[in-house]
Write a protein of this length. Structure first.
Length: 366
């Protein structure tokens, strides 16, 4: 126990997120450089001998970002460069960490380490339309791969089971400050390589009626990652709303509905649903607390297959405390619990229907 407490303390003392933004002009083209590293320590109360938190079968982790336990680990290390002019823009980012190992497992060794690699231009210089192509962040979901930008240190179940990244091309139209529209042609569901012969399409509509209030709708239509040979379709919709109610209170709600075709001979649909609600209270200039409630129902094992009668049906909750002594320093600790309808979480003596764990992380920017 003393060793675990020492490691938690070391996480807060030396684990860091380093993010530096430096703008330099090169021949009148502004470049922005940034660096980021997210380290963490997870104390899984299940106390299994395995290096990762697991659900049955085969050592599948319920978390794709903070999966290692009982030791300090690097979740995400990132070096990023961007440039932008009135009519052209681009970005190149390289990465490493357990987030990369879990989320990019199907990609080749080079693609795994590309956080983003994209170029964009305005086809009409006087119109607010951009066309970008390459590897870029997903248009789906509220939570991103950068932990410190999220309301909670760990990701929700729904975020960890939807794309964090995409590759292809996208068209974005911003007619005014209230509306934004996007149309995407994609390689597939979180996929960089061209292993998928049938490409996918996506859409995004974002509405900002007033300052601090955002509504977002994102869709995906394309091949299911569960059927590389059968070419079954996946239909998916994500909705989220965020509201900066006051300077102290931030609220977020998001829900997903997805469905896959059952088989090549039976094109009927089987699906899953999920929802997450988060509230953050900035009760002092340097202190904040956030709570999360979530629900996940995937009875057909389309995203989380466990081999139990209902595969993965679970609820969860978390509470995190943030301390930011300086604009460039962030310390976070989170207690999280998950409860499933069937025993699916690996513990020392077999399987359990619940799982509790503590996550500690620290950030430092320069």
């Amino acid at each position: 126990m003393k060793d675990k407490l020492l490691l938690v303390g070391l996480t807060f003392g030396v684990a860091l997120i380093a993010r530096a933004d430096v703008t330099r002009p090169f021949d009148s083209v502004p470049f922005t450089f940034s660096g980021y590293v997210d380290t963490y320590y997870v104390d899984d109360f299940a106390d299994t001998p395995f290096p990762d938190r697991q659900i049955t079968p085969g050592g599948v982790s319920p978390d794709y970002s903070h999966s290692r336990k009982d030791r300090l680990a690097v979740n995400h290390a990132l070096l990023d460069a961007k440039f932008a002019t009135d009519n052209f823009r681009g970005a190149l980012g390289v990465q490493a960490g357990t987030y990369v190992q879990k989320n990019y497992a199907i990609e080749d060794n080079v693609a795994q380490h590309l956080y983003e690699a994209q170029l964009g231009f305005k086809p009409v210089t006087t119109a607010p339309v951009w066309i970008d192509a390459g590897i870029f962040a997903s248009h789906i979901g509220l939570e991103s791969a950068v932990s410190k930008d999220n309301l909670t240190p760990t990701r929700s179940l729904m975020a960890d089971n939807t794309p964090y990244y995409e590759s292809g091309a996208k068209l974005t139209w911003d007619p005014n400050t209230h509306w934004e529209y996007g149309l995407l042609a994609l390689q597939g569901w979180q996929q960089i390589g061209s292993k998928n012969p049938n490409k996918a399409i996506g859409t995004q509509i974002q509405f900002k009626p007033v300052d601090g209030l955002v509504f977002n709708s994102s869709t995906y239509l394309g091949q299911s990652p569960n059927s590389p040979g059968a070419r079954l379709r996946r239909y998916f919709h994500d909705f989220y709303a965020t509201w900066q109610a006051t300077k102290q209170w931030s609220l977020a709600f998001t829900t997903d509905v997805g469905a896959d075709e059952r088989s090549p001979r039976d094109r009927s649909l089987v699906g899953w649903v999920s929802a997450t609600a988060i509230a953050k209270w900035q009760f002092a200039p340097q202190w904040a607390v956030a709570g999360r409630a979530e629900f996940y129902r995937d009875p057909h094992g389309l995203t989380i297959a466990t081999g139990t009668p209902d595969n993965f049906v679970a609820t969860g909750g978390s509470l995190n405390l943030d301390y930011q002594p300086d604009p460039h320093v962030l310390l976070r600790i989170e207690l999280r619990t998950l409860a499933a309808e069937h025993p699916v979480f690996v513990e020392r003596n077999g399987l359990d229907s619940s799982n509790d764990y503590l996550t500690a992380s620290t950030s430092l920017s320069f």
